[in-house]
Design a protein. Structure first.
Length: 325
């Protein structure tokens, strides 16, 4: 038997329990891995709290991201073998020492990328990839605003967008986080606790606004994010760390300049094996070349997941955090 974090009823961080669980052998098309690191992400709190329903009901283990070593593979698995170093995003259930996964969700790690780095970057890094390279194709003509710039996705996106030549504006809630974001590609930073971010964006852009706003905050930045856009600009709402937007008025898009809005999720961008390999491959490339640096800023034992969630929701973490089984 191995140990895992189990949730029998949704709620606050305290509902997570460290328990013994059975892990079976892989069936056809599956692989069993021993996990060496697990990524901590805000989406984990959504499942834990019940904001997002667990696809398997309760009990369940949260977590969508991890890395480790292949222990065994099932029938029909040809791209993996025992001993391979692998990483993945989804399906839910990462908060465990070992687990069985569909083999087509696993990608082999290239040389030069260690497992802690991989576990902390797969979800956040591939999210940055689809946001900057697919949802809106950022280039040297792009002016963008990225909320939560000192978060895990924000620090990756800032470096990547700066490499693409964009004008990169970010928001954060403390001087320390602002300094961190500036070290990761942001030319302009706004402290949303002491400054009006809409007014500052208009000042920075000489009243022109942004081509695209990337918003993972939700309730606290709506509808202000819309006022930061140029006419026909794109609002990308890809998270809700401050709470969900419950009364979205579609008419605001017309009133504020025929704006576009989208609510994307990574899993639709990596739904096929080809899409997964392309998205992960581009992420691996920018990390290997040093264009994007992944710094694991916090590390917790998996058994201490309650504390990790408390710190994450209390905005005490920055950038990438991993749980170690």
């Amino acid at each position: 038997m191995v140990q895992a974090i189990c949730i029998h009823e949704t709620g606050g961080p305290e509902v997570m329990r460290w328990e013994h669980v059975e892990v079976g052998e892989p069936g056809a098309g599956e692989a069993r891995i021993r996990q060496t690191a697990i990524g901590l992400n805000f989406i984990d709190t959504y499942f834990r709290s019940g904001l997002y329903p667990s696809p398997d009901g309760t009990p369940f283990s949260p977590g969508n991201e991890g890395a480790g070593i292949v222990q065994s593979v099932g029938e029909g698995v040809n791209h993996l073998r025992p001993g391979d170093r692998v990483a993945y995003v989804g399906p839910i259930g990462a908060y465990a020492q070992e687990r069985v996964l569909p083999a087509d969700k696993l990608v082999v790690l290239p040389e030069g990328i260690d497992e802690k780095t991989a576990a902390g970057m797969m979800l956040k890094g591939m999210t940055a990839q689809y946001l900057l390279r697919q949802t809106f194709k950022v280039d040297s003509n792009t002016v963008l605003l990225f909320h939560a710039a000192a978060g895990g996705v924000g620090l990756i996106a800032g470096q990547w967008a700066a490499h693409l030549g964009a004008t990169v504006i970010g928001t954060a809630g403390s001087d320390e986080k602002i300094a961190l974001a500036k070290d990761h590609g942001y030319q302009h930073m706004i402290n949303y606790r002491t400054q009006n971010f809409v007014e500052r964006v208009q000042e920075i852009t000489d009243g022109k606004g942004c081509d695209v706003v990337y918003d993972s905050v939700g309730k606290d930045t709506y509808p202000g994010s819309l006022d930061c856009l140029k006419s026909r600009g794109l609002w990308v709402s890809f998270g809700q760390s401050s709470g969900p937007i419950t009364d979205f008025n579609l008419g605001l898009l017309a009133q504020k300049g025929s704006l576009f809005a989208t609510r994307p999720t990574l899993f639709n961008y990596i739904a096929t094996r080809e899409a997964l390999e392309t998205t992960a491959g581009e992420l691996f490339e920018v990390v290997q070349k040093g264009i994007v640096k992944i710094n694991v800023n916090q590390e917790y034992r998996l058994a201490d997941a309650v504390q990790a969630h408390q710190d994450l929701e209390g905005r005490k973490t920055t950038g990438t955090t991993v749980l170690v089984p």
